[in-house]
Write a protein that binds this ligand. Structure first.
Ligand code: CU
Length: 166
């Protein structure tokens, strides 16, 4: 009698856990597990055909996801780029597919990852906003608003500098 009650209780507890996990966005797909914040672009000069967008991707889900595509109505093409140092020269390379690990995040920032807009159709002025759509393999398409503003380049952390107190 006690045993079967316990078993019933245990199975009830399991059902609650199951219901909770089903309600989790990773399973239900109700709420995106990918959060995109701090989306911004620098103002451009008149006639400029390219611009870069910076943002922070956070994957709150329990599975890895990957960024597979980008688009915006204000440019002919949007793609993922990374700025790399090659022999003292700063170069950009295309990044075909970016994995955003579960419970992890990726920061796009000057000198590193950025969304490259090519064939820009309008000048970006401070205070402007425009939409950018990011396609994820699992989370699907997510559209965010890019804020045009000046962006300061954060100095690289200085390590091992004599006399520096952290
Ligand atoms: Cu670029």
């Amino acid at each position: 009698m006690f045993r079967s009650n316990l078993r019933r209780y245990a199975s009830k507890a399991f059902m609650v856990l199951l219901a909770l996990s089903m309600g989790h966005p990773a399973f239900a797909g109700a709420e995106p597990t990918i959060h995109i914040v701090d989306v911004k672009a620098r103002p451009t000069a008149p006639g400029a055909k390219t611009a870069a967008v910076y943002l922070v991707l956070v994957n709150h889900g329990v599975v890895d996801d990957s960024l597979t595509g980008l688009s915006t109505p204000i440019a002919d093409m949007a793609s993922l780029h990374r700025t790399v140092d090659s022999g003292g020269m700063s170069e950009m390379e295309a990044v075909p597919d970016l994995v955003v690990k579960a419970n992890d995040g990726v920061t796009f920032a000057p000198g590193g990852l950025h969304v490259m807009l090519m064939g820009l159709k309008q000048q970006l002025k401070p205070g402007d906003t425009f939409p950018l759509t990011l396609d994820f393999a699992k989370a699907g398409a997510i559209t965010v608003t890019v804020a045009v503003q000046s962006i300061k380049i954060k100095p690289k952390p200085m390590q091992g500098m004599p006399g520096m107190k952290m």
